[in-house]
Design a protein around this ligand. Sequence first.
Ligand SMILES: Nc1ncnc2c1ncn2[C@@H]1O[C@H](COP(=O)(O)OP(=O)(O)OP(=O)(O)O)[C@@H](O)[C@H]1O
Length: 459
Amino acid sequence: MTQPETFGRYRVVRHLGSGSFATVWLAHDDRLDTPVAVKVLAENWAHQLDVQERFLGEARILRQADSRWLVRVHDLDVLPDERPYMVMTYADQGSVADLVAKGPLPLDEALRLLTEIGQGVTILHRHGTIHRDIKPSNVLLQSSPVGQRVLVADLGFAKAIDEASGFTAAAGTPGYMSPEQSVVGGDLDVRADVYSLGAVAYELVTGRRPPTPPIRVRPRQLRPSIPPALDELIMSCLADDREERPRDAATFTQRVRAIRMAPNLISAVPWWLRHQGAWARASLAAVAALLLLAGVAPSEAQPELSFTRVPDATGEISVAVPQAWARQVQPSGWAPRELGQTGGQQPGLLVATDVTRWRDTESPPSGIFAGLLRDPPGHHLDQIIDGAPCSSPSRGQRLSTEHWTGQVRQWHDCPGSFTAAALRPPDGGVLLYLEIRQREDQPHIVQEILEGARVEAAT
Ligand SMILES: Nc1ncnc2c1ncn2[C@@H]1O[C@H](COP(=O)(O)OP(=O)(O)OP(=O)(O)O)[C@@H](O)[C@H]1O
């Protein structure tokens, strides 16, 4: 295949891939200085009107739906040889198929992806569209300053809900396609996509594409650590009888979110986590018990303001906080992946007057989040945080003490104050990411907390 030089004003960089009907190129928009993906209808289909119509239909749906969870279409035009092309968001991190090719995903990552895919499909359903071909290779991944974002793509088979009865052609991909999709002339509704969401979920958590229906091997038989609620959800999506499935993608997504929030999946969550909604609530009884077990004791260093040292569940991190802040503790670690960093579950903790309101922008609690990163050399604060927690000006500074070197950024009127810091101990190796929120701005307390944080070598 010869590489064209340009498509209109877009300069072609390289070939990204070819599907059954189209070829996709990486190109550069020199005017806006941004990479784009250009999808061009294949020559052999260029004169087939129904295929052309489908191509244009895909571009229109994506343009009109215009969502951060879907590939966005920025432009549509026609080449001199009359082949249409659409200019889309470039997904620079491949697809979910690449991830799952390496095996089943960690549960927290699988649930995060399923929430995002569910959100993308929900947008389509609200737009009156059935995707009809949801599968891992049609879920693309794009890096963002705060992590990796899912983009549901390839609406080549998509159909308007109100035209979806009496289809003549069967369409979809075996393994992901609902039983009703393989019936010629069968009528469809959004529950066909719910089947596919269940099939994708099955593959993400087991590493195996589900067999053709009826499904006899439950995900928990292949991976016993899967929460029963997730096993149930996947099996209900894959029911032969669509009446037994969740009614739409929104219901599926809600149920995935509820599983993510279950107490046994709790991990501490930094403010900067981009999934604002998916927030685990701490079990207060467990918190009280953990506080006792952790041996919380007032610090002797601050007689005028009593400080307490609180460790995370592994004992690798501990923070000294004003006693009054340590009403609730979530000590069970965090997933740096949520902030776009590498590595699975890591030591981390959240200590606050009310952990459930950690990301409340109007009436924040006082507290501290601390999370460990196995440090890629040269990593710094701006690679972790994205944007600003509020519109007030911020001040950055370097910190260099006996225990830490690093960067600190503070917003003094957020409301209250907000501090983010990335600190390294003298022997390096790890990076401690900290967030400190204070209802009233008292800089000396922030200073004490930064000074008092500790990382012990894991035994
Ligand atoms: N926006 C995009 N950014 C980056 N890569 C993309 C983008 N859209 C498609 N691709 C890649 O281009 C290739 C071709 O995509 P296309 O949607 O034409 O077909 P497909 O989904 O691979 O196959 P089929 O259409 O036959 O199901 C795929 O490898 C896909 O990952």
